[in-house]
Write a protein that binds this ligand. Structure first.
Ligand SMILES: [Zn+2]
Length: 465
């Protein structure tokens, strides 16, 4: 691992968090960390619930709030709207070397809805309690947006430049397919991210504590380098309509039910992609417990709650989620439909479709509702080294490993422009915290200390990216 900082380079003093040796710098560091928490709280208090049907408040208020924060420190922004109120905000920070390709640093401004009555706190108050910042978006992903903002503000105020251009984007609509966010930018304003070769964003760089070889706890930091692809499918069975009291052998409901049962109960084969294999190898190395390549699920248990996500990245999955047919008990309908949430591993898209087609059999048709690409990139290169170094500088025991995410992020959209995306939002989490459950969950919250840690790591990273 190389240290990219150079003592003779005046820009190398750009780091705002150089450690406790200089008390004035320490005060600056504390200020940035605290500002990140304050901004996160204020962003949570701006309700940007995305219901997926266009009925929500939209992102404009949040985008204007972000624009004001950046304007205050002289950072020029551009607000774009795919539809009224569906705002995204983009800014370009000039780097020290304009000859290098840029880094895109993106976060989404929308959140999934929350029902107040289910929560211990008001999900849109941004309350700090028991060392945690609570509220919808605390982890997904206003906390991360706030870390970006606090750091950019401090760098701009100090007049420091990152090593290369950094394009920051605060996006609309991630929680509903990004039609009004990243996909719109890719289709209509690709100039906003022009020249960027790589991107960092959400759901990666967080710690998971596992029992080490000697029994002492060890921390893994999971950097997202791969995402499963999305295939939301509709199955349609056609039959003959008729009276429910009579003999009837062409029943769409029966045929569909059989097809749905075959898909839902299919045991998908284990397929270890390079990223998943690397994670399993590193996990086995740290814990001293080997895994069974034919059935690695059991070894993932060491990872706690996140195993629920990682259990889904050793194979394709297809879960039936909706059924529709009929309008009266004594009327046999001529059509029945089901919806399937299917996800495929990088390289296994064809296997997914071929298998589903053979499972549904004749007389049932498959349609696509939504599909999006799978992603996988190597866990190597200067940017990965910068992630590893910046994490280990703040946590000397950090084991930094790649992982595959079961869902998707805006990295999918930007990948169509050739931008290689990573999940890198560093958080040092307490052992036993079920982080995976907090995404879209009730009582979503993030430790204040984890945000402070993330700001320190990202500051180092930004200086060496
Ligand atoms: Zn998110």
């Amino acid at each position: 691992m190389t240290d990219h900082r150079d003592a003779d380079d005046p820009a190398a003093t750009a780091r705002i968090l150089p450690g406790p040796s200089d008390p004035s710098d320490t005060r600056a560091a504390l200020h940035v960390q605290e500002e990140a928490v304050r901004i996160a709280s204020e962003l949570i208090a701006i309700d940007t619930s995305n219901y997926g049907d266009g009925s929500g408040p939209g992102e404009r208020k949040a985008a204007e709030y972000v624009a004001a924060l950046l304007d205050e420190v002289g950072v020029e922004t551009e607000l774009v709207e795919a539809a009224p109120g569906r705002s995204s905000l983009v800014a370009r920070l000039a780097g020290r070397d304009p000859g290098r390709p840029g880094l895109l640093w993106h976060g989404h401004l929308d959140v999934v809805p929350a029902r107040r009555e289910d929560w211990q706190v008001d999900p849109f108050a941004g309350e700090i309690r028991d060392g945690y910042l609570w509220g919808r978006g605390a982890v997904d992903m206003k906390g991360a947006d706030a870390m970006m903002l606090a750091l950019i503000r401090s760098w701009a105020q100090a007049g420091h430049q990152p090593p290369r251009d950094v394009v920051v984007a605060f996006l609309a609509d991630e929680e509903s397919g990004s039609v009004h966010g990243s996909h719109w930018i890719v289709d209509h304003r690709p100039d906003l991210v022009e020249g960027c070769s790589e991107a960092i964003s959400e759901v990666g760089g967080f710690s998971v504590t596992v029992p080490g070889r000697t029994g002492a706890p060890e921390r893994l930091y999971l950097v997202e380098t791969a995402e499963k692809g999305i295939a939301w499918l509709r199955l349609v069975a056609e039959g003959r309509a008729g009276h429910g009291s009579m003999v009837h052998e062409d029943n769409a409901v029966t045929r569909l039910a059989e097809a749905v049962t075959r898909v839902g109960t299919h045991r998908w084969p284990v397929r270890l992609t390079p990223t998943v294999r690397r994670l399993l190898d590193e996990l086995a190395e740290v814990t001293g417990v080997p895994y069974d390549p034919a059935d690695p699920i059991a070894s993932l248990d060491a990872l706690g709650g996140i195993a629920r996500m990682l259990g889904a990245v050793v194979r394709n999955t297809a879960n039936p989620t909706r059924l529709t047919a009929g309008y009266k008990t004594n009327v046999i309908p001529q059509q029945a439909t089901a919806e399937i949430d299917a996800r495929f591993l990088p390289g296994y898209e064809h296997e997914l479709y071929d298998t589903i087609d053979s499972l549904i059999g004749p007389g049932v048709r498959r349609e696509t509702i939504i599909s999006d690409v799978a992603l996988e990139t190597e866990f190597s290169g200067p940017l990965i080294e910068a992630m590893i170094t910046s994490l280990q500088d703040e946590d000397s025991g950090a084991h930094v490993v790649p992982y595959t995410m079961s869902g998707g992020t805006d990295n999918k959209a930007f990948s169509t422009l050739g931008i290689i995306g990573y999940g890198f939002t560093p958080l040092l989490l307490p052992p036993g915290l079920d982080f995976a459950a907090l995404f879209h969950g009730v009582d979503e919250r993030v430790p204040v200390e984890a945000l402070h840690f993330g700001v320190r790591v990202l500051d180092r990273f930004l200086d060496s990216c």
